[in-house]
Design a protein around this ligand. Structure first.
Ligand code: MC0
Ligand code: CO
Length: 135
């Protein structure tokens, strides 16, 4: 694990949340991106070397909609940057983690992502992400 890449926060209304996080962090989101495959609208803020990802559900089946229904708005996941996601998945499987998608999928912000079940990590949903090389 190289560093914490971002912290994901589930919000009901991303336009409203953008204003709050802009006021909190002192800068506007550097990116807004829809990830249809995950059912989310996202926006990303920089905070030094770290990032905050706000996530609003695009539909009722979205993991974010289910999370907010059950637990309300709040921290949804922690994402760790990894160099080689496949190597890391193999390592974590051997350590006994419940890997939700063994095949890395396309996430936001030019990343390949894999999730670990929150029950594996003391109630925290973990995302691994590897930067996609642009050739
Ligand atoms: C675009 C992107 C990116 O950065 O690139 C993203 O981040 S996309 C971010 C959105 N995508 C994802 O989250 C994809 C991965 N997530 C999932 O597959 C799912 O949301 C699960 C994490 C498996 C949860 O789904 P579901 O609730 O249907 O599953 P389940 O029945 O196995 O487990 C339910 C238990 O986990 C808890 N639970 C659910 N989501 C949780 C979360 N985010 N953090 C902590 N606990 C969580 C529930 O409250 C419940 O606890 P109790 O049993 O105690 O009641
Ligand atoms: Co994320």
């Amino acid at each position: 694990m190289e560093k914490i890449e971002h912290i994901g926060i589930a919000v009901k209304n991303i336009q409203e949340a953008n204003k709050i996080y802009e006021a909190l962090l002192g800068n506007a989101p550097y990116k807004s991106e829809k990830v249809e495959s995950e059912g989310v609208e996202t926006s990303f803020f920089k905070c030094g070397e770290s990032k905050i990802e706000l996530l609003e559900a695009l539909n009722p089946e979205s993991p974010i909609a289910k999370f907010i229904d059950k637990r309300g708005e709040g921290i949804h996941h922690i994402a760790f940057a990894v160099k080689d996601i496949k190597v890391e998945v193999e390592r974590l499987k051997k350590e006994g983690f419940n890997v939700l998608n063994e095949e890395p999928k396309k996430g936001a912000d030019n990343k390949l992502v894999v999730f670990l079940h929150p029950k594996s990590a003391n109630g925290v949903l973990v995302e691994l992400c590897q930067e996609i090389e642009n050739n």
